[in-house]
Design a protein around this ligand. Structure first.
Ligand code: IMP
Length: 435
């Protein structure tokens, strides 16, 4: 049985939560493999809306074990409040497992993230202010606290005593709040007490599920274009949302991945600073933003909106070895005419069809558009590709041709049922588009 990776092909917020939710019935385990509470998954079920930041969206299903993998950075305050919220709403959280090896976002990480952004002023990355960068930084510098450390007061004290003087020094230099060893040790020990029963060696949990022949979904946060290695550095997050991150952060080997489902929207959005060649600053963008509710789940910030960009799409398909695609929010484009798709860039007078590795080059890129006639009618009730307006079909087909892999699911509304299923489970189908 397969391990399936769900990965964002754009700048995050592609609707991965809906994809996971859609596949949930066949799934025994959902694993988050990177990021932290900078992410936000919105899952709509009937009248109920669940906003989840850390817990994989599979938690809403009683048959699914939800795993927070070793590659995730965990803010225990967020996790505890999320578990409390779910319990209050009648969801059993006993199956939420958190890797003992995942790193803890400490209050000084959050303070450092925010103070540093302020210091950067106009050069700020526009982070979510959740301490993501400083926590991954400490992890790489071997100064981090892992979730299992929360269970041992002596280890906690030793680690915090070692790092805090430097953190406070830096915080003081930026006129930010400082912390005491005593308050942090006491706080962290309380988190450990509360989360003790959820901590686990999640790599073995995942491996055991696969060995039993169960279907495991590995769920990425953010998206390929925010990847620390593959995005437009430094305007990226501090982890690897790409499918490869599922191996390091989820505890599986590359050959255990059977399918990679790329998720993207029918247009693009980006939160935070950084180059964005197809950005729409006109009214059309505001209209799409409003209809698509393009506001950050975590920060509430309005997202930047742009035309669909096929240049990074081709890159994302390659670097993630995407086998099939879910295209979301096609319905939001009803009434937009014409529709534009960026098919290449012009950089310093040259036509470029490949995603540039240099953020500076990307900042100079001018989009080369291909225009498509739009459609006027709402499509929320359409359930088959054949029933879509012809112009919508043309638009989907054009995007699919650029991707070079099949679009198997098309979402036409927030509800789980508002989904067009095209070719179901095209396992291992790496190229060629079904007719
Ligand atoms: P950080 O992950 O908070 O350090 O932020 C780094 C960059 O990633 C900023 O541009 C954020 O806006 C962006 N980012 C982080 N998480 C998300 C997300 O879930 N959706 C969209 N953008 C995100």
């Amino acid at each position: 049985m397969p391990a399936t990776v769900i990965v964002g092909l754009q700048w995050g917020d592609e609707g991965k939560g809906k994809t996971t939710d859609f596949l949930a019935e066949q799934t025994a385990m959902v694993v988050r493999y990177q990021g932290g509470d900078n992410a936000g998954h919105t899952v709509v079920r009937g009248d109920e809306v669940f906003k989840l930041r850390l817990t994989p969206s599979g938690v809403l299903y009683p048959h699914i074990t939800s795993v927070i993998g070793n590659g995730v950075v965990v803010n225990p305050v967020t996790l505890i409040s999320e578990l409390d919220m779910l319990m209050e709403r009648g969801i059993d959280v006993g199956r939420v497992r958190v890797s003992r090896s995942s790193h803890v976002i400490m209050p000084y990480h959050v303070a450092l993230d925010r103070a540093n952004e302020e210091r950067l002023g106009g050069a700020a990355v526009g982070t979510t202010g959740r301490g993501i960068g400083p926590t991954y930084g400490d992890r790489a510098w071997r100064l981090g606290l892992r979730m299992e450390d929360l269970l041992d007061a002596a280890v906690l004290r030793e680690r915090i005593e070692r790092v805090l003087p430097d953190k406070n020094l830096l915080l003081r230099s930026m006129d930010a709040e400082t912390f005491t060893v005593e308050e942090l040790v006491a706080q962290a020990a309380r988190w450990g007490e509360r989360l003790r029963d959820h901590l686990d060696d999640t790599t073995w949990l995942v491996q055991a599920a696969l060995a039993r022949g169960q279907h495991v979904l590995l769920e990425g946060a953010q998206g390929t274009l925010l990847d620390l290695d593959h995005g437009s550095y430094p305007f990226v997050t501090s982890s690897n949302p790409v499918a490869g991150g599922a191996c390091t952060g989820g505890g599986i080997g590359p050959l255990q991945v059977d399918e990679v489902i790329g998720v993207m929207k029918a247009y693009s959005t980006r939160v935070g600073a950084g180059p964005y060649p197809t950005e729409l600053t006109e009214e059309i963008g505001a209209g799409i933003a409003q209809r698509g509710h393009e506001y950050g789940t975590v920060t509430g910030r309005p997202r930047r909106v742009g035309w669909f960009d096929a240049v990074p799409l081709r890159y994302a398909v390659a670097v993630n070895s995407v086998s099939s695609i879910m295209l979301n929010k096609l319905d939001i484009l009803s009434g937009v005419d014409p529709l534009r798709v960026c098919v290449a860039y012009e950089i310093d007078g040259r036509r470029v069809e490949t995603w540039p590795s240099s953020g500076a080059a990307l900042a100079r890129a001018r989009p080369v558009f291909e225009d498509f006639a739009g459609w006027m009618e709402p499509i929320n009730d359409v359930r088959s590709l054949a029933d879509l307006p012809e112009n919508a079909r043309r638009y989907v087909t054009a995007i699919e041709q650029h991707a070079g892999v099949p679009i198997v699911l098309v979402s036409v509304g927030p509800e789980r049922t508002q989904t067009i299923e095209r070719a179901w489970r095209p396992m291992r189908q790496r190229s060629g588009i079904p007719t």
